[in-house]
Design a protein around this ligand. Structure first.
Ligand SMILES: C[S@@+](CC[C@H](N)C(=O)[O-])C[C@H]1O[C@@H](n2cnc3c(N)ncnc32)[C@H](O)[C@@H]1O
Length: 376
């Protein structure tokens, strides 16, 4: 049963809607495109679905579907080559708060991103959506051939507590960090067990999730300014100035956990775990960095782009996924206008900070890439 706490967590997880997500998240698309070979490998190895049934693909935590569209198109092309004439079902899953309307507009080529999608390009391809979180089973037993997920499973099912003196678990310590780690461990087991039930024998999972790499790097903390520390210091600054209350300052905690490769792999490498008993086995695991495309464009412009122009291009990519955390931390008693103004102030300050000194600002992506198979 969904609790008030669940709903509060869900409200802070949603991406900014209205197409803003895909438009402002070129880096997330780069991450998916670079892992396209893993999907191709899955297409080459899964067994033919029995009795002419459709090949079933699912994108778990798809947002508006824009960032994965090209990779899924390529996947369908390969599947069609192997299984000529087979119908294909693509299921997009996300939380109920997701902008599913924009997802369907993107599929029909009515979004701002693409003129047409694979849906209009190929016959016998069907698109469904499911607005239930991926911590539980979403598809019938043994009905899924390829499960895909990008940049989504770092969200925990429920915030165990607020994070004192920071906004993210990367800045947490002691009991708070332990509580987030325990929640994330449980969630990961549940995710894998749910997918194990959904997969057909021989089916594949291809996941690319935010994580912490072998050098301790993570999103927005690679070789320059730490993005989460910056979020925190700006938010704290607004509390110190009295623009937001002490409670509002405390309530801005991301419901996320960045796992290490070891944490991702643990239940898959332990032969006695429930996940292994459910038939999942690890095919490959590696970490990788994709550079922030907004920073790269600035560097490549070599003086032809001002620091302000860089800041204006850069901040929306941070805002697309973080805004709901700060907006929902604000007291519900404030008017919508007042809340919007405070959130604008917060991101304007981030923009001003970058414009004043752009050195080291970049949201480089650090992911753990996993290929997993269900025993045939
Ligand atoms: C950063 S976006 C990534 C979107 C897309 N997969 C990509 O790579 O660009 C994370 C997505 O995960 C979704 N999400 C978070 N928790 C989820 C859950 N428990 N179940 C399903 N989707 C979830 C969010 O709503 C959001 O759309």
């Amino acid at each position: 049963m969904s609790t008030q706490k669940d709903q509060k967590t869900a409200a802070t997880v949603a991406m900014k809607g209205g197409g803003y997500y895909s438009e402002s998240t070129r880096g997330a698309k780069d991450v998916i495109d670079r892992a396209s070979a893993m999907l191709q490998d899955a297409a080459a190895t899964i067994p033919a679905p029995p009795n002419d049934t459709a090949v079933s693909i699912a994108d778990f935590g798809a947002a508006d579907g824009g960032t994965s569209q090209e990779a899924i198109r390529e996947l369908i092309v390969s599947l069609r080559k192997r299984f000529t004439g087979r119908q294909v079902l693509v299921t997009y899953t996300d939380l109920p708060s997701n902008d599913f309307s924009m997802l369907f507009k993107n599929m029909l080529g009515l979004g701002s991103e693409t003129a047409a999608s694979y849906l209009s390009e190929f016959d016998d391809v069907f698109v469904h959506a499911c607005g239930i979180g991926f911590h539980r089973q979403l598809l019938p037993n043994a009905s899924l051939d390829i499960g895909f997920s990008a940049t989504a499973m770092h969200y925990v099912s429920e915030k165990p507590c607020e994070i004192e003196n920071h906004v993210h678990m990367v800045g947490a310590s002691g009991e708070t960090l332990k509580a987030y780690a325990a929640r994330a461990k449980d969630d990961w087991n549940n995710i894998l067990l749910a997918r194990a039930a959904e997969l057909r024998p021989g089916g594949r999972l291809v996941f690319m999730n935010f994580g912490i790499d072998e050098e301790g790097r993570y999103l927005g903390n690679t070789d320059g300014v730490n993005m989460f520390d910056t979020f925190h210091s700006l938010w704290k600054g607004m509390a110190v100035e009295g623009l937001i209350t002490a409670d509002e300052y405390c309530d801005a905690s991301f419901s996320q956990f960045y796992r290490t490769k070891e944490e991702f792999c643990a239940p898959l490498l332990d032969e006695n775990s429930r996940v292994s008993e459910a038939g999942l086995k690890l095919i490959s695991a590696h970490t990788g960095m994709v550079r922030c495309p907004y920073r790269s464009a600035f560097d490549q412009a070599g003086g032809k782009m001002s620091a302000r122009e860089f800041a204006v291009s850069y901040i929306p990519t941070l805002r697309s996924w973080s805004e709901t955390v700060f907006a929902n931390a604000l007291d519900a008693g404030r008017s919508a206008q007042e809340r919007a103004a405070l959130v604008d102030t917060f991101y304007q300050r981030y923009e001003d900070l970058v414009a004043a000194n752009p050195d080291g600002h970049a949201m480089d992506y650090i992911h753990c890439y996993l290929a997993i198979e269900k025993e045939a």
